[in-house]
Ligand binder design. Structure first.
Ligand SMILES: Cc1cc2nc3c(=O)[nH]c(=O)nc-3n(C[C@H](O)[C@H](O)[C@H](O)COP(=O)(O)OP(=O)(O)OC[C@H]3O[C@@H](n4cnc5c(N)ncnc54)[C@H](O)[C@@H]3O)c2cc1C
Length: 404
């Protein structure tokens, strides 16, 4: 029996490649149904991949790029679109280059995928939680108690440790460590950061987007990072795409020394001089708020100013202009892995060969978020995990063909 353990997008893609090749793999998963995190990903709009230049696309995987390149080459953003089309779903490219299925939903895609897999002889054993592995014995906790299985070949696709209620708990790290494999500590990726805002500010602006701002900071290698985008004020601090893009570099800075201050340009399209000039104009009998509003300084941006400047300083045009262009946002710490969108760390690449097979355990392959890599949001995660699922299955096929 060929087993795939983990019915997330990595495991399902492995099943697709194997069943397309005429095999009938069995997919095991701890949860009662497959692809729960994939479904959750669809709640905020299922971002399948990204339409940017492929070289730039591949650079989003940081230092893991070279190891992941074969997976990215075997399942490119274009292949993702073709995959969705094969299931009957057209995709579109959003204004930021992100690629979505037309309805942006995951549920219809997942339903069609599972139907296709089942029709193609993939079998599913749900509520089977892998709890131990020793030599050829794979032990599962099932509704009928513990069950031992032995397999001809196994693909592990057990996911990371974010959103554990969806099935990926990271408990596999112990099982793999017990077999002598090296694991980098699991850490949150694409997560929010705690910021000490006043209670009033948090109550008023939690859930409010801060659009069109530029975030800048110096990373641990001394490089200046700067990017335009949107972040979201939340009950604990900040989250959102602009923060997630930099979550790796920000996490590294905070691990080195916390708190860590980044800077926001709240008016990236207006120079400091222009702002100063506008703020220096006579406001007559207008209140300060009404005057600011005329300049476009209102809502969350105006309140941010009040968070860092004493009342009597708010009438100093030079200081206000300076603060608007370089607003200090002090990140105290990052949010826990349970809340993060994805996971950094995992099974170290040194355990694996180029076909994603464990060097010490021929016939056992690993793929997906459980490996030691990370990428920002933007469709890089799903493309990466599905590419690795495909690569592991191709590696296994090669092995099976050699054995035949
Ligand atoms: C809120 C949210 C939104 C997201 N949005 C996007 C998006 O728009 N675009 C994007 O590219 N990515 C997105 N992601 C990330 C993406 O969903 C994941 O990167 C992807 O699901 C990881 O795939 P995987 O197959 O490696 O792991 P998972 O999807 O986590 O699947 C692993 C499977 O293994 C099973 N498992 C774990 N341990 C065991 C065990 N011991 N025994 C048996 N089974 C086990 C789990 O139950 C699970 O089904 C989002 C994630 C979240 C949380």
């Amino acid at each position: 029996m060929i087993a795939i353990i983990g019915a997330g997008p990595a495991g399902l893609m492995a099943a697709q490649v194997l069943s397309d090749a005429g095999y009938a793999p069995t997919v095991f998963d701890a949860m009662p149904s497959a692809g729960r995190k994939f479904l959750q990903a669809g709640r905020g709009g299922l971002n399948l991949t990204h339409a940017e230049d492929f070289t730039l696309f591949c650079s989003r995987y940081f230092e893991a790029q070279s190891f992941l390149q074969p997976a990215l080459d075997s399942f490119t953003p274009n292949d993702m679109t073709l995959w969705a089309q094969r299931l009957g779903f057209e995709t579109f490219v959003g204004s930021s280059g992100k690629v979505y299925p037309l309805e942006k939903k995951a549920a219809p895609l997942l339903r069609a995928w599972l139907l296709q897999l089942k029709a193609n002889h993939t079998q599913f054993k749900m509520k089977h939680r892998l709890v131990a592995w020793s030599k050829d014995i794979w032990q599962f906790q099932t509704p009928d108690g513990l069950k031992d299985y032995s397999f001809d070949a196994v693909i592990l696709a057990l996911g990371g440790a974010s959103w554990p209620r969806l099935g990926s708990t990271g408990a596999w790290t112990k099982i793999l460590k017990d077999n002598g494999l090296s694991i980098s500590p699991l850490k949150p990726a694409n997560m929010g950061f705690n910021v000490t805002f006043s209670k009033v500010f948090k109550e008023k602006f939690s859930g409010t987007p801060l659009k069109n701002v530029e975030l800048s900071f110096t990373d641990i290698n001394g490089n200046t990072q700067s990017k335009l985008g949107e972040l979201l004020v939340s009950e604990y601090g900040v989250q959102g795409s602009l923060i997630y893009t930099h979550s790796k570099l920000l996490r590294e800075q905070i691990e080195k020394k916390s708190p860590f201050t980044v800077y926001l340009d709240l008016f990236p399209h207006r120079s400091e001089g222009k702002l100063k000039q506008q703020l220096s104009a006579s406001r007559g009998k207008q209140s300060l708020s009404a005057f600011w509003k005329r300049l476009g300084l209102e809502g969350v941006k105006a309140s941010l100013l009040r968070e860092v400047l004493e009342k009597e300083l708010l009438i100093q045009p030079e200081l206000v202009a300076k603060t608007l262009k370089k607003f200090p946002l002090t990140l105290e710490s990052f949010r826990p892995i349970e809340e993060a969108i994805s996971t950094a760390g995992g099974l170290a690449f040194e355990n694996l060969d180029q076909g994603l097979m464990l060097r010490d355990f021929p016939n056992v392959f690993c793929a997906g978020e459980m490996l030691d890599w990370e990428a920002p949001t933007g469709g890089y995660l799903l493309t990466g995990v599905m590419g690795q699922g495909k690569q592991a299955a191709l590696g296994l096929l090669k092995l099976l063909q050699k054995e035949e």
